[in-house]
Design a protein. Structure first.
Length: 290
């Protein structure tokens, strides 16, 4: 049995870290969307062995238990006492260590795919709760549609479709360690954004409010260490983006444009300053029902 799952990257349209739990994990309130920059995950089950194998088209990814896709298969195999093995082949297209949830997207794809192949009949919410054991972005990546994300990442409220818009996504050379950024958060000092305004803007298809109320509480922390983040953001705004900010813990920066022609202009202008630039649309992987 086999299946091919699309694993879309994510962007944080709004991100606030509210406080730190006793176990060290932040309490999040975020608006996230999937985009049509994606990995492709081929999953094949085997009766001959219970081994989990991960193959990739890049040398940058671990292929053992450090890989989130491997962990996703292992947690389902263990929890439901599955005796079959799995071979996971990842066609990697999402930049690595970019703040775009590439590893979590692969894990979400494995959870969805094995849920079908092993006839587990789990809801998206149940898969999301399992996904939280792997990484805080995995629950969202199970859904992969515009959503409000709360708690430690496990509370997903789908928001429907985004207005027709385009994202220009730029990945600087720097690779950011998410744990190191999270350790630096001073919850009394960071700016706390009104994430609910972004939620309401999406629900009301209010373009102006969406672009004026976006924000990422972690951006100043990462940008202080990696000033190219601010340089790219300023270039995006100069070239015509209606809003621009860092995604996740960075270093990826994205700009928003309402028309394809403006987005294409920003994309063309940025390519002289950054090698990894993408012109993408929002993406809804599914109807986002539980």
């Amino acid at each position: 049995m086999e299946i091919l799952e699309k694993a879309p990257a994510k962007l944080n349209l709004s991100l606030d870290a509210l406080f730190r739990h006793l176990d060290g994990d932040p309490e999040w309130k975020m608006v996230m969307t999937a985009i049509d920059l994606a990995d492709y995950v081929h999953i094949q089950t085997s009766h001959s062995s219970s081994d989990i194998k991960v193959l990739t088209n890049t040398g940058f990814l671990p292929q053992d238990q450090r890989n989130l896709a491997f962990q996703a298969a292992k947690v389902l195999q263990s929890r439901f006492d599955i005796q079959e093995g799995v071979t996971i082949t990842i066609d990697k297209r999402i930049p690595v260590s970019a703040g775009m949830g590439g590893g979590s997207a692969d894990a979400g794809a494995v959870l969805r795919g094995l849920n079908q192949l092993w006839n587990l009949n789990l809801s998206l919410q149940q898969l999301a709760e399992i996904g939280l054991e792997i990484d805080s972005d995995v629950p969202f990546c199970v859904y992969s549609c515009p959503a409000l994300v709360e708690g430690k990442g496990e509370k997903i409220t789908p928001l429907g479709s985004l207005n027709p818009l385009w994202f220009v996504v730029a990945k600087p050379k720097a690779s950011v360690s998410t744990p190191s950024i999270l350790k630096q958060i001073d919850f009394s000092e960071i700016q706390h954004w009104d994430v609910q305004k972004v939620v309401t803007a999406i629900q009301n298809a209010d373009w102006n409010t969406l672009t004026t109320c976006m924000g990422n509480s972690l951006e100043p922390i990462t940008a202080q260490k990696y000033p190219e983040i601010t340089r790219i953001k300023d270039k995006m705004l100069k070239f015509g983006a209606q809003a621009a900010q860092m995604s996740g813990t960075g270093p990826t920066v994205f700009g928003i444009a309402q028309t394809e022609s403006r987005a294409q202009h920003i994309y063309n202008s940025l390519r002289g300053f950054c090698k990894e630039v993408y012109l993408v649309r929002p993406f809804n992987l599914m109807a986002c029902s539980n």
